[in-house]
Design a protein around this ligand. Sequence first.
Ligand SMILES: N[C@@H](CCC(=O)N[C@@H](CS)C(=O)NCC(=O)O)C(=O)O
Length: 228
Amino acid sequence: MTEIFNFAFGPYPQRVNIYLAEKQPEGVAVTVYAEPDRRANTPPPEIRALTPTGSLPILRDADGTLVGQSLAILDYIEDIIPEPNMRGNTPAERAKVRQYVHMLDEALTFFGLWARHGSALGQGVVRSSREVAEICADRYFGKLRLIERLMSEEPFIAGEYVTLADCVAMATLQYAKDFYDVPIPPECVKLQMWFDSFSQRPSAKQPPYPEKQWRKAMGLMGQTGVCF
Ligand SMILES: N[C@@H](CCC(=O)N[C@@H](CS)C(=O)NCC(=O)O)C(=O)O
């Protein structure tokens, strides 16, 4: 049995949640914790101990193989359960999917830094810098504009069918919009159309966000004084 331990929300956990809902792999048992809560002991210490940083998602296979990092987990499941293929059928298709996944990963890194440095939720977590927040906001939107330029009129991010790129894109853009109230830049028309359409899929159902955190996160653009 392949086991996955994950959180119910957050951009990295949500990549895996969306992927599992799309792929529906057989023989994978998923345990989802609402949020990290030391007082409630979730995730339990033995699960935290599986990973050096204690962060989720994490995968444990029947032979004891441990895989951390959301993107490595998606790749591992694609390797052990190849169908339906969500990574591309040819070298060119796979390269295209990877290209988008890497760009989205970069976008999320910038978004995370922006949120840390620019929101009330990040206060006290890092020594915050308004300048870092502004630079990272600009880089985040820049990545989305780059993705927009590369996208075609096809129904999914990388082409005719759902791939890892859609799961990673949805997790990022949904988190930005629903948790921090940061929309897609208005000129990213194809990306917005894709987002509106993919949002209708059951896999993209909004995850439950803890209200206390959400209140501090909302309105990130206003909190930082950033506009398009
Ligand atoms: N790069 C990692 C990031 C994982 C990560 O940051 N997980 C966060 C949730 S979004 C976490 O587990 N935080 C709780 C903790 O570290 O206690 C991945 O892609 O899996």
